[in-house]
Design a protein around this ligand. Sequence first.
Ligand code: ZN
Length: 288
Amino acid sequence: LGALREGEVVDLRALAEDRGDTLPEDLLGLIELGEDGLRLVRALLARVQDARLPDGILRPVDQVEVLAPLDPPRGNVVAIGRNYAEHARESARARGEEVTRPTVFTKALTSINGPYGNVTIDPAVTTQVDWEAELGVVIGRRGVNIARDRWRDHVFGYTVVNDVSARDIQFGWGGQFFKGKSLDGFCPIGPWIVTADEIDDPQNLHISCRINGETKQDASTADMIFPVDQLVSDLSLGMTLLPGTLVATGTPEGVGFARSPQEFLQPGDVMETEIEGIGLLRNRIVRR
Ligand code: ZN
């Protein structure tokens, strides 16, 4: 459990221990402490500046192995389909369907991958692996039937997600997305979670995906059909959202299967997923 500040990682547990406090082992534990947890972290960080710290509490981020911030998150990853107008249209075109409502589906917890982890493709399982850059919203406070204007009370923060998708399985296995979205390692997240107080407006962030340096997706979260406040409210309708649940809010236009001709990820490709104000995922595609 660490905090990132200006290129350095603060080892929060070591810092807490040095001050006679305790913090949980990981971010999920911190989220579950609610406001008390964040208050303690802020108090600890405020003292970093003037304190003389024992060795090892501050480390350059490039000397730390950055893992998925939630591994696993709480519950399946909740994902939204067709939440950007252009992507909804391109998907409908590619599948010969009309756009009606957003699709809600989930990804298995075993699909979680680190921000710089390899995405392994087994050609015996799938030959149509595609990218989907998405804004991830991390739920902070438990809630059901959350009013749209209370959404901020329930959001802990934001992260970058790539909802990697096996299209042949997604569209070929009997009308559900779960399997094709859930292959091992098909959900890189991170590199960290930016707490909600650091992002005033999640609907004004540049979001992009590059394959081997070539831009494939380049959009703004302003183009979401269902913005984060509505997603939190709609998802919680009759269904409790738990602290630590990750919501992948849908991808903009530019995915591979909707291109002409279609493009899919190949071993050796490097997939970069970036959201302004949050960070960058860099995942290499490898063959099993
Ligand atoms: Zn998606």
